[in-house]
Structure formats: C-alpha cells, structure tokens
Write a protein that binds this ligand. Structure first.
Ligand code: ARG
Length: 476
C-alpha cells in the first residue's frame, strides 16, 4: 500500500504478509471508534517525539519544521472536525499517521522511528487521564461547595436533624454536620485522585515496543515536555503497566459509591415519610401518568451510576489479571472503562451539585423530628454517668424510662417528677435540663462532634482544602 498523499488506510506491517487481513479481524481489531478521543494527546506526544528525533540527528531542521507544522495543522483539523478517522483506520495512532502522510508524504513515516504504538498508547492514556482527573476534581469541588453552602446556611440557623444509625433515630445532630460528612467523603476522593497523579506522572515514551531503543532518544526530555515527572525506569513495565488505569477506575468507583450514598439520602429526605427537604422543580421529574408526582431521578441516577463504575473497575482488573509481560492486545480493553468512568463522573457531578444547591430543607419539620424517637435518651444516661452512676446502670434506668413513655404514649420530657422517681431514684426532676435538642447538640463538643463550634471549625477547614484542590485542578 502506498504511503503517499491520498492513502485511505495505513498498514503498519505490510512487509512480511502475503495477504491482507480478514474482515472479521479488521472489525475485531478496530478501536478508533472509542480511542479517537486520545487524538489531542497522541499529537502532543508526536510533536515531542519529533523534536527528540531532531536532536538525535534523525531529522534535519527543515524536516522537523515541516513535521511540526503538519502536526499543528492536523491538530487544528482534528479540533474543527476537518480531519476525522475514516472507516479504514484501525485506531487513533494509524488514523493520525494517515493524516500526517496525507500532509507531508513519506516524511510522516519518519516519526515511527524509535517509537511503537505500545509506548505511544500507554503515554496517550496517561496524558488523557491526567488532564481529565483535573476536570473531575473541579466538578467534585463544585459539589462539595454546594454541600458546604447548604451547611453554612443551616449552621447559621442551627437547624437540627435526627442523626440515625440503622436508619432509626439515634441522636440529634446539626443538619450541617450531616451535610459536611458527605463533603469529607468527597474530600478523600479528591485526595486519592491527587495522590494518583503522582504515580501517573511517569512517561512510557522511549520504551519502544518493550525494550527501549537503539536510537539516541531522550526519554527525560520527552517526559519533561509532556509534563511528566520522569521517564519510566523499566521499558517492559512501561508498556505492560495499566496500574494507573485500574487505580483511577478504583478512585472513580469509590467516588461513585459516595455519590450513591448521598443520592440515597436525598431520595429518603425528599420522600413524604421523611419530608426533610424538597427538590427544586429544575432538578425533579414528573410522572407520565400520575400528575401529583415529583421524583428524585437525579439522586437515583447518581445512586445507579455507581454500578457501572464498579463494573468498569472489575472488568479492567479481570482483563489485567494473568497477562504475561509485556504488551498484549488485551490491553486495548483498558480504554472504555476509563473513558466511561470519566464520562459518568462528569455527567453526574454537575447534576448532583445543582440538585443539592437548589434543595430546600424544612427546618421546622427537622426540628420536630430531631427530638422524636426518644433521641435524647443517651443525654439522660450520660447525665447520670456524670453524677457517678455506672453507665451500665444508667443505660438500664433510661431504658426503663423509655418503655414507660412508650406504654403511656408520651415523650421523655412529659414524665412527672413522681413518675420519674417511680422509674428510678436516680431520675431527679433536673434530668429534664438535658432534654433539649439544642442542648444535646451543643454538649457534643469533642473534636469532630456536632456542637456548633466544632462544625464551624470543620467547615472552615473544608473550605480551605476545597479551595486548594480547585486551584490545583485549574493550574496543571
Ligand atoms: N490500539 C492499540 C491499543 O489500544 C494500540 C497498540 C497496538 N499495539 C500492538 N502491538 N498491536 O492497545
């Protein structure tokens, strides 16, 4: 097949084969339908490689200038859509090589020196992910900010909420404290992704097919030009390693799990049974048959998308398991789970951020509910402990008091002095002093507790961290 302008497909190994590939093989091999999104990064790596070939004396001044101009033009044409992969292009690398051959003829083929698709694809995927991780972090920071803004509003109003364990009323908390719990989880996701970036910042370029190159390339210079910290220390590892893809998919899956837990809470909060919050019309859906319905689809999709993120991770790990060194074509399967994870997060996060920031909490209902279900029982028990009653005994006394209230259909605060004494002599009338939701919340003043001062400190620290993360994501 000719490599002059007008070529319709690029074949990389024509020399040793007598017949062309079978259609079924071509169709199976094809990855351009999903790896085309690596085009930008492939061209960046090609420009860096061209400069290295020039410094190695393998391209003269005119040749490198022509090649760089062609790469530049091709890059622009890819952006505008003027250049697109054709039906005959196998993958992004062959499509772009065709583009170069069409522009500069056989000079385009010179770029293949010292480089293989094996180190190329590993480099492209790292570049793509390092770029997109920053976009994901920016969106995570926006969701965190939406949660923090709600928290700040409700911290000012000291809005309480029934804190739950086992989905049963446990102890009252500040609504802000609960909202910030989600911000903490998302903060760990961001921290994990930033940490991921340190390990991902290794350049495979220069590893060639697997063994390095006999040409005087400069992997350090290429690494630096592409924003990597260093070139890979082992060329075999460099072309076989997909830890960066698996690790990213894990970080994405865990973020997905966090979003699903937030989504589930929002589904509950906005149900009639809870009635804690209402979804803004812009983020609610209706029913085609039931006119009264207002459904939390955004929260449900956030919950549901975790499944595909986890599935992508499991699929990728399964692909990698047992692969011998070095490159094997199985590795082509690394891209779709990675791309899908990026797409999924970039789709879910803005919707969830909008849902959270426009949600309206029902402070009155939350205040009523915060005290319900004998949620202040622990406060009475802890008061008795402060007076020297062993906790075991205090727990039992208050347990009896709760049963007494259940039998008489009343709240802890409604029990008369006499009845308190009948339940236990430890229950003096002043135990009522701790039977207040604001009092119970203010009393939980340990580090990380729900007392307003602690939540204020927590919010301030989170604001600072989120701002630093957003700056990091915008910079690099
Ligand atoms: N499309 C291939 C992939 O994604 C590029 C590398 C092909 N390398 C090879 N030796 N066939 O993995």
């Amino acid at each position: 097949m000719s490599s002059e302008p007008g070529t319709s497909a690029v074949r990389l190994w024509g020399g040793r084969f007598e017949s062309g590939p079978a259609d079924a093989l071509t169709r199976l091999s094809m990855s351009v339908q999903f790896d085309w999104r690596l085009a930008r990064y492939d061209l960046l790596a090609s420009a860096a490689h061209a400069r290295v070939l020039h410094r190695a004396g393998l391209l003269d001044d005119t040749e490198v200038a022509r090649l760089l101009a062609a790469i530049d033009g091709l890059s622009r044409d890819c952006q505008t859509g003027a250049f697109r992969p054709s039906a005959a292009d196998e993958d992004v690398h062959t499509a772009l090589e065709r583009g170069l051959l069409e522009r500069v003829g056989s000079l385009g083929g010179r770029l293949r020196a010292g480089r293989s698709r094996n180190d190329q694809v590993a480099t492209d995927l790292r570049l793509y992910l390092r770029d997109h991780v920053r976009r994901v972090i920016a969106r995570l920071a926006e969701l965190q900010t939406a949660l923090m803004d709600q928290a700040e509003r409700h911290l000012a109003e000291l809005t309480p909420a029934p804190g739950m364990t086992h989905l049963q009323h446990a102890q009252p908390v500040l609504l802000a404290h609960q909202l910030l719990a989600h911000v903490q989880a998302l903060g760990r996701d961001v921290s994990r992704l930033r940490d991921w970036d340190k390990r991902a910042a290794i350049s495979p370029l220069g590893s060639g097919a697997l063994a390095g190159s006999s040409l005087p390339l400069d992997p350090e210079a290429v690494a630096a030009e592409l924003g990597f910290d260093a070139p890979a220390a082992n060329s075999m590892d460099a072309v076989a390693d997909r830890d960066f893809a698996a690790e990213f998919c894990f970080a994405a899956a865990l973020a997905g799990v966090h979003l699903s837990r937030l989504g589930e809470e929002i589904v509950l909060w906005t149900s009639r049974e809870f009635g804690w919050a209402e979804i803004d019309d812009a983020y609610a859906t209706g029913s085609s048959i039931m006119p009264q319905k207002k459904n939390p689809d955004v929260a449900e999709l956030a919950r549901g998308k975790a499944g595909r993120l986890i599935g992508g991770l499991a699929g990728l790990l399964t692909t990698l398991k047992g692969l011998p060194l070095t490159y094997n074509r199985d590795l082509q399967e690394d891209k779709e789970p990675v791309f899908d994870a990026v797409d999924t997060l970039l789709l879910v996060l803005p919707a969830l951020a909008g849902l959270v920031s426009s949600m309206r909490f029902n402070g009155q209902r939350l205040a009523r509910e915060a005290a319900a279900g004998y949620a202040l029982a622990t406060d009475v028990a802890e008061l008795l402990v402060r007076r020297g009653v062993p906790f075991r005994e205090a727990h039992e006394v208050v347990g009896h008091l709760v049963v007494w209230c259940q039998v008489h259909g009343c709240e802890l605060a409604d029990v008369s002095d006499e009845d308190l004494q009948n339940v236990s002599p430890h229950l003096t009338p002043d135990v009522r002093s701790v039977l207040s939701v604001p009092g119970a919340i203010a009393a939980r003043d340990t580090v990380g507790g729900t007392a307003p001062g602690r939540v204020t400190d927590q919010l301030a620290a989170l604001r600072q961290q989120v701002a630093a993360d957003a700056t990091w994501a915008a910079q690099s």
